[in-house]
Design a protein around this ligand. Structure first.
Ligand code: GUN
Length: 280
């Protein structure tokens, strides 16, 4: 079997085209405010890509750059101002933050109806309760869309997620559980992850270990979703060894061109939703 390629670039493009049309028909331009603290190289690239994608579909962005040494209270005060500004529809604080800052207190300060990252406990709590949150985190939302292109009925599927992060693993597990999957979340302390992935209908790798998942890790016909973005030998590679698994899996997302473009498309989707929610 040669795995079908799940093309995130094409799907994201079609989502962005629809968003562009919807935005053009609005009486005002939705606005996303992005807070970037310090000079983390990866964050710089992610933020640049978000701004470019937003510009391209007619969303307004404002970038708030703060120095590495910014104090917690100054960041909280910026969030307060953005919460109070009716022009601001969506707020994201790019993660990771420098160690001296309390990430939870900062995220918890964002008004949940402007929390287009879906990280606020009101939004994650609603998701846990299988109640429709205002926003769902962009990467898990993008992963769900990608899985559903090859597996529209998820009921009863065995899914193993490698990585228990707040941004991907945990919310994704909840989304899949809410679709009646049997979900196993594995992490750095899990013993023998391979034994678990070998039984999985769907494996999602989101651990940041280059080429961790090999052919012997998966069963015949598995669906593989690769959230990893790693640098290896001068190029970008995922957490799944694509060449090793491609003859055994039923479907797989490439890196780059799989989950990455969908994450950005879903953030733009959430920003439009924020505008609509605030103009009801
Ligand atoms: N850092 C890595 N991914 C994300 C994301 O989706 N949102 C934010 N705010 N920071 C991130």
């Amino acid at each position: 079997m040669t795995a079908k390629l799940i093309d995130g670039k094409v799907l994201a493009q079609s989502i962005r085209d629809k968003l562009r049309q919807e935005i053009a028909s609005l009486p005002a331009v939705p606005q996303l405010d992005i807070v970037l603290v310090g000079n983390d190289d990866a964050s710089e690239i992610y933020v640049r890509n978000k701004i470019k994608a937003a510009d391209n579909i007619g969303l307004k962005t404002n970038l708030h750059r703060l120095p590495e040494e910014v104090e917690q209270r100054d960041l909280l005060s910026l969030i307060d101002n953005l919460n109070a500004d009716p022009q601001v529809n969506g707020i994201i604080v790019q993660l990771p933050l420098p160690e001296h800052l309390d990430m939870h207190q900062i995220i918890n300060r964002i008004n949940p109806i402007k929390d287009v990252d879906g990280f606020h406990p009101v939004n994650t709590g609603m998701l846990q309760n299988d109640e429709k949150p205002y926003f769902i985190a962009a990467t898990p939302l993008g992963v769900m869309r990608l899985i559903q292109t090859v597996c529209p009925d998820l009921s009863g599927k065995n899914v193993v997620i490698i990585g228990a992060s707040l941004i991907v693993g945990r919310p994704l597990a909840t989304l899949l559980l809410n679709k009646e999957c049997t979900v196993t979340i594995t992490h750095i302390h899990t013993k023998n992850i391979k034994e678990l992935t070998q039984k999985a209908d769907i494996v999602v790798a989101a651990c940041g270990v280059a080429n961790l998942v090999q052919e012997q890790w998966i069963k015949d016909g598995a669906i593989l979703i690769d959230v990893g973005i790693n640098r290896c030998e001068g190029k970008i590679c995922g957490d799944i060894d694509f060449d090793s698994v491609k003859e055994k899996a039923a479907a797989i997302t490439p890196v780059p061109g799989g989950v990455g473009p969908m994450t950005i498309a879903m953030l733009l989707h959430n920003t439009l939703e924020a505008y609509l929610l605030q103009h009801k």
